[in-house]
Every structure is written in C-alpha cells, then in structure tokens.
Design a protein around this ligand. Sequence first.
Ligand SMILES: [Zn+2]
Length: 293
Amino acid sequence: MPELPEVETARRGLEPVMEGATFVRVEQRRRDLRMPFPPRFAARLTGRRVTGLGRRGKFLLADLDSGAVLIVHLGMSGSLRVETDRGVRRVGLSYRAPGKRIAHDHVVFHMSSGVRVVFNDPRRFGLMDLVPRAELERSRHLRAMGIEPLGNAFDGAALARLCAGRSAPVKAVLMDQRSIAGLGNIYACEALWRARISPLRPAGRLATNTGRPTAAARRLAAAVRAVLEDAIAAGGSSLRDHIRTDGELGDFQHAFAVYDRAGEPCRHRGCRGIVRAVVQSGRTTFYCPVCQR
Ligand SMILES: [Zn+2]
C-alpha cells in the first residue's frame, strides 16, 4: 500500500509537469473507483489550470483555477506515471508490481506541459473527487483526519495530547488516521524501533499525569518525522534512478531497519535482541523485545 512518503514522492514527481499546466483532455475510462467519480468529472477538469499541487495525509490535492480542488487517493494499489512521447516515468513507489498495466489505466490526464499523467489501479481502492477549496477541510475525505506528521504542529507535546489517558497500545495511536494523518504500518514500526519504544506500551504512558510529554513522547515524535523524511529522500533518489522507458521499478531496495525482518538480529548497535513479529489490530508489528521497552 502506498504510504505517506510514496505519496509525497509522487507529488514531487508530478509538480514540475502539473503545476501551471492546464488539462487539455481527460480520459475517464470507468464510472467509479472506490466511489463514483463526481458528475461531469472530465468536463470540469478540461481547460482548467493547476495552480498548486499539495498533499494532506495520503491525499494528493491539485488546486485548480476554477476554485475547486482535485483530490486523488492511491488506495491499496494505485500508482501514477508520467508518459511523454519519449518514454515513461513512474512517480511514487508502491510495493506491488505494476502487473497488466494498460487494463488498469483508469484515468489519463493530457496536460499542456506535453505529458500524460496516467492513474493505474488494479484493485480500484483509489479515488478521485472534486471539492470546492473553501469546503476542503470539512469534506468527507479530510474532516476526520488527524495531525500532519510532517507539519510544524507535530511534536512531543502534540503526541502526548493524542496519547494521554489512552490504554490502547502506542502503535494503535500512531496508526489511527484520526490522530495522525497518513502514518501506516511500516513507518509506525520503524519509528518505534528508532525511538526504542515497545509497540505494546500503553499510549497513556507517553504523557505525564498533567498531560505533558514524557521524554519518550519527544523521542517518538522526532523519530516519526525522521523516518518519513528519510523515506521521502530515498523515494526521491529512487525516482531519479528509475526513469526507465518501460516505467517499471528497478532494483531499489527499501532500507527498513525492523519492518519485515522477523528472526533477524536487531540493528541497534550493541543490542543482542532478535526481531519479533506480533499481530496487533490485524496488522503485523515488527519490533525488538530487548531494546524497545
Ligand atoms: Zn534491539
């Protein structure tokens, strides 16, 4: 599933070819993805200029000169690629092979910058919508969304407020989209490992009795930001490395420290722990039972 760093990488890849460009033609090949496309979707985009390309959680947000915002979510298996007459470039990473690509190309944006932006989604859990800019924050997509983990407001104090009084495991709070926007399983595991905090620890223990952040809360907030920023940096480098005419991903290996490494030695220097996998809320958590307390 594309996580926040992949969506941000996609945003950065699309920015140079979409920002300032107009939609010359829009091919919409289905009536719905996870939900129906909005009425007159293609007609409402055609001729409009993109004034800015942003992101909130895992939603890409293209501001249009009509005052509407085009919302794109990649869902479980969605990806975007940029085609020109000279070749194909994939923007953003997903862990799924592209598969039978053409059959799952559901939307094609022909941009005035001379490129085609193609949305491919084999499982169709993605979505696209058009919402007036003034209603964006209270739209059904964003209204229940938690704090942006790469935003200025996210720090140890903010994390402590989210955790205070909660007996749920801290990993559950990290992955709750109403608490923190866009943090998925992989980066929750990685951040907890970096901060040396057990994913099983009750969230409330990250706040003092008066709701102030503990040292652990400060450490974890910093780790969340750091793992996301590192992944974006890696995505950016992989993007440059993988401009291939067939649009397929190359041999880039995600450098996870703990995720998907059950049975392997902990990578913290001097720790003799072995990475363990447990299931929490239906998702597999990877952690070191020795140094993560
Ligand atoms: Zn360890």
